[in-house]
Design a protein around this ligand. Structure first.
Ligand SMILES: *Cc1c(COP(=O)(O)O)cnc(C)c1O
Length: 361
């Protein structure tokens, strides 16, 4: 077997031990005589498993009791629509911060349901900074203000939770950053994340929402995606994506084994720091993001000679360094170094990048 390092932005690399456990349990799960994939979602062993996953997530992220933790089918883009449908309540207005492509897609989807106002935009810096929270023009009567914690394509991340001057409900897309750092959950009204980056595999989203905000969903909200309904049914109203839910459980086990979110955050900071330091100290490579806003999860970089991009990618792949191509909307390269991408993978990438400059620089 030649399993390399997978720098894909998503679906992304999983811890090897998670894949191995899934493999070992594929044909029969917990002595039940059937695979988990074949197990009814209302059977006691399945319900027990999902209760354990919720409990683990609550522990790992120190989620207060007055928040629901929901496990919903599909990816983050579904939540782009479900957020206004569920949280507009008696209001009509929602505020969005534009820090990159994912913020824009979230904002555009919300426009189908609400009066959307862009409170701040990083467009002027070509999305290499984050607008200071004190400049955000939040509206008093907005149902929430939304931001994208980590812009997966541009490699821009909030390193502190923005504290708005106004008392507004904070909503955030943490698809590419949840579980990568400790969080003060009580600062948020809602956090949502597709699972396929840091939490597991495609098909599932996690929504962490303050209980008092749910219960007034728009009548057109699909029942399956009604947060209140999901909270009342332990996310078991409809048949859920059972296998992705199970994988998220294995990932939670793994995060616990690593010492928890704070321990992983320290490793993540170290991984990102050495990659950025190398890029900054080497004229052949460049990263455009202002250092204070650089993502610890997605490190974008360009080569001084873009004519060498294809050579770089082909040779990287031969060295077992996979999927380093940047998003087509951004160009260049992108090393996604989520929780599950080991530090040895970053080290291997650095050796390769160094060697590449020596030969082509
Ligand atoms: C990947 C990603 C999404 C999109 O997720 P889907 O599951 O494809 O809908 C949304 N937001 C962010 C920040 C992402 O990284």
């Amino acid at each position: 077997m030649t399993r390399g390092y997978n720098f894909s932005a998503g679906p992304a690399t999983l811890p090897l031990s998670v894949l191995q456990q899934a493999q070992a349990e594929l044909l029969e799960w917990h002595d039940l005589g059937v695979s988990l994939m074949e197990l009814g979602h209302r059977t006691p062993p399945f319900v027990e498993m999902v209760e354990k996953v919720e409990h683990q997530l609550r522990q790992l992220l120190a989620i207060p009791a007055d928040y629901h933790v929901l496990f919903l089918p599909g990816g983050a883009r579904i939540q782009f629509a479900m957020l206004p449908l569920n949280l507009l309540r008696d209001r009509t207005k929602v505020d969005y911060v534009d820090t990159g492509i994912w913020s824009q897609i979230a904002l555009q989807e919300a426009q189908r349901y609400a009066d959307v106002h862009t409170v701040a935009s990083a467009a002027a810096s070509n999305y290499t900074t984050i607008p200071d929270v004190h400049t955000w023009q939040c509206r008093n009567d907005a149902a929430y203000v939304h931001y994208t914690d980590n812009e997966t394509m541009q490699g821009v991340e909030f390193h502190t939770i923005p504290a708005c001057d106004k008392d507004v409900v904070l909503a955030t897309d943490m698809t590419s950053s949840l579980l990568s750092k400790p969080l003060a959950i009580d600062k948020f009204g809602i956090i949502y994340a597709g699972a396929q980056k840091n939490l597991g595999i495609a098909g599932l989203s996690v929504v962490i929402v303050r209980a008092d905000l749910v219960g007034q969903a728009h009548p057109h909200t699909p029942t399956v995606y009604n947060y209140q309904k999901a909270a009342e049914t332990r996310s078991l109203y409809a048949t859920p994506p059972t296998y992705p839910w199970y994988i998220t459980g294995l990932v939670c086990d793994w995060v616990q084994q690593q010492g928890g979110v704070a321990a992983l955050a320290a490793v993540n900071a170290r991984k990102a720091a050495k990659l950025y330091a190398f890029i900054d100290n080497n004229a052949f490579y460049a990263n455009p993001v202002a250092p204070a806003y650089r993502s610890r999860m997605n490190v974008v970089f360009t080569l001084a000679n873009p004519g060498l991009n294809e050579t770089f990618l082909t040779e990287a792949q031969r060295h077992g360094l996979h999927y380093l191509k940047g998003h087509s909307l951004v160009g260049g390269m992108r090393a996604s170094i989520y929780n599950a991408l080991p530090e040895s993978g970053v080290d291997a990438l650095l050796v390769f990048m160094q060697d590449f400059v020596r030969r082509y620089g």
